[in-house]
Design a binder for this molecule. Structure first.
Ligand code: PEP
Ligand code: MG
Length: 575
């Protein structure tokens, strides 16, 4: 069976399926054999008893700590667990339909939720959360109590999941997770970006992979074409093995470019930096020939932990990156939490539109305690290399100035304490919100540099959620609006004499490189894995011809025509 999704991380993987159940418990329709029915009913009843014990223990603990008034809420949970109608319904379905207890239990719970939400009575509406709570407890126990930790896998697998959060992905080890495939997601989601950084082939937005694939199925993930094949025939496996070998050969060829400059045929040299999420990626960035870090997504340091990293911890991490990259520059982006990256312990409330919500610099300006700690750590580390600070999600000059005000407070505090730091550090803005792009002329008077974040710029300009696979077809870097915004930003920067680079995924795609060169960008920052590939394209064109092409493209009205133009030119130049 072949499923088509969105290719997010290149490479081909052939491996055994490992179905990952997230906290929202996406459970496949597992069937049981006729002779297993009795055992399955027993298992189900045992789990109900076990869950009952857990709730009683919790009730006792709460009663001791905060009084029985609060612990009484669990009486409703116990009533649900003891409900003979519910037990009867599930045992009956196990007998008749022969699905696993967890699959049936989840379905029945969902039906209860639906039925309760239709009753126009506050009492019943309030009971929905009780049902959900008990449902989760029972499911967790039916599934074996533990949520599988991606960091502790025993053998190499391909992970199949409804969704993966960026923090789930950050836990993956390449030796154990050979690839992953998910039901939902988009190409520029942080999960996708993380997969590329870790060099784990991946396809997302497959819609029903968690229903179609079973544990231990053989799966081919084609991260180049966005295709996943479940239990492929032997001749298909052979074909993919051959392609994998060819890929390897191409990668070996690319290695030759690692230490060559990203120089066009007429002598223009593009600065090529790496995007990193964790300090450990510095090794691969250097190996791939990066001339610095153009985007260090520091928020990854804050994920997967129960407390915020201290100033000292952050300082050590930033210092390490600064030292290892020296004499090349490192652009440290201040915390960009929110959107699709959350910390459970930071009290960031669930929002209807998290990408339009309390995210990045907005969060930092509201939480100067968190922001100042990070700025202090960066400033202290600036003594050990060439660091630059970049603020994410700047929407206009006010925010940029507010952030700078906090920065200068921190600088003063350090001066008072006689702690040295680089006083000439460049402070820049990410241009990833249309309002910032359209007022780039104003921002350019304050900022020392710009870095265009196309991942968000496209999502905000075209109103296309970057993680939603259903509207992924609208996520289009070739839209004339995007090209005009990039042009506006480059011209504003040039007028004020500041440098402008790009760190969004648009410059990781070879097809856009001639156009971006022609538009006048002077620095690209891409995942380490893509450095040589992008260099190859840069080395195959002349700046002069790309400028002519860019002019022609800017005169085109339709996405289709822009795509066609780029495609034709791209095919013309020997790669
Ligand atoms: C961007 O938005 O283009 C960007 C580089 O930042 P992030 O992907 O982390 O939002
Ligand atoms: Mg962004």
């Amino acid at each position: 069976m072949t499923l088509k999704g969105i290719a997010v991380s290149p490479g081909i993987v052939i491996g055994k399926v490992f179905l990952l159940n997230s906290e929202s418990f996406i459970i496949p329709r597992a069937t049981i054999k006729k002779e297993e029915v009795f055992k399955e009913i027993e298992r189900f009843k045992k789990v109900l008893g076990q869950t009952r014990q857990e709730i009683i223990a919790l009730q006792e603990k709460l009663s001791r700590e905060i009084g029985s008034k609060h612990s009484d809420i669990f009486n409703a949970h116990l009533l649900i667990l003891d409900d003979p109608v519910l037990i009867e319904e599930i045992t009956d379905k196990i007998k008749r339909r022969k699905f696993s207890a967890e699959y049936l239990f989840q379905q029945v719970i969902r039906n209860y939720e639906k039925a309760f939400s239709k009753i126009d009575d506050d009492y019943f509406k309030e009971r929905i959360s009780d049902i959900q709570d008990v449902g989760k407890r029972v499911l967790r126990n039916l599934l074996g109590g533990k949520k599988t930790n991606l960091a502790n896998l025993k053998e190499e697998v391909v992970v199949v999941s409804y969704d993966l959060s960026p923090s789930d992905t950050a836990l993956m080890h390449k030796e154990k997770v050979a690839g992953f495939a998910t039901d939902i997601g988009g190409r520029t989601s942080h999960t996708a970006i993380m997969a590329r950084s870790l060099e784990i082939p991946a396809v997302v937005g497959l819609e029903k992979i968690t229903v179609k694939a079973k544990n231990d199925d053989l799966l081919i993930i084609d991260g180049d074409k966005g295709v996943v094949i479940i239990n492929p025939r032997p001749e298909v496996i052979k074909k993919y093995r051959k392609r994998k070998a060819e890929d390897l050969k191409f990668t070996q060829e690319l290695k030759k470019l690692r230490n060559l400059p990203a120089q066009t045929k007429d002598g223009f040299v593009m600065e090529m930096a790496a995007n990193i999420e964790l300090p450990e990626e510095i090794g691969s960035a250097l190996k791939e020939g990066a001339q610095g870090v153009g985007l260090y997504r520091t928020e990854y340091f804050f994920l997967n932990r129960s407390v915020l990293p201290s100033e000292e911890e952050q300082y050590q991490a930033y210092k390490l990156v600064a030292q290892k990259m020296k004499p090349h520059p490192v652009v440290i982006r201040t915390l960009d939490l929110g959107g699709d990256k959350f910390l459970s312990h930071l009290d960031i409330p669930l929002e209807m539109n998290p990408f339009l919500g309390w995210r990045a610099i907005r969060f930092c300006l509201a939480r100067p305690d968190v922001f100042k700690t990070q700025l202090k750590a960066i400033l202290r580390a600036s003594n050990f290399g060439q660091l630059k600070i970049m603020y994410p999600m700047i929407s206009g000059i006010e925010e940029f100035k507010q952030a700078n005000k906090i920065l200068s407070q921190v600088q003063k505090e350090l001066q008072k304490q006689n702690i040295p730091f680089d006083k000439n550090m460049e402070i820049g803005a990410m241009i990833e919100i249309p309002s910032a792009a359209l007022t780039a002329d104003i921002l350019a008077k304050e900022a020392d540099f710009f870095s265009i974040g196309t991942n968000d710029l496209i999502q905000y300009s075209l109103a296309v959620d970057r993680v939603n696979e259903k509207i992924a077809y609208l996520y289009e870097p070739n839209h004339p609006a995007i090209l005009r915004l990039i042009k506006t930003v480059v011209e504003a920067a040039r007028k004020e004499g500041i440098w402008v680079g790009m760190c969004g995924e648009m410059c990781s795609e070879p097809i856009f490189i001639p156009l971006l060169l022609g538009l006048g960008l002077t620095k690209f920052s891409v995942s380490p894995l893509m450095l040589s590939r992008i260099k190859k394209t840069i080395r195959s064109v002349s700046l002069k011809e790309t400028k002519i092409w860019a002019k022609e493209i800017l005169n085109l009205d339709k996405i289709k025509d822009i795509k066609h133009f780029s495609q034709t030119k791209f095919e013309e130049v020997p790669q």
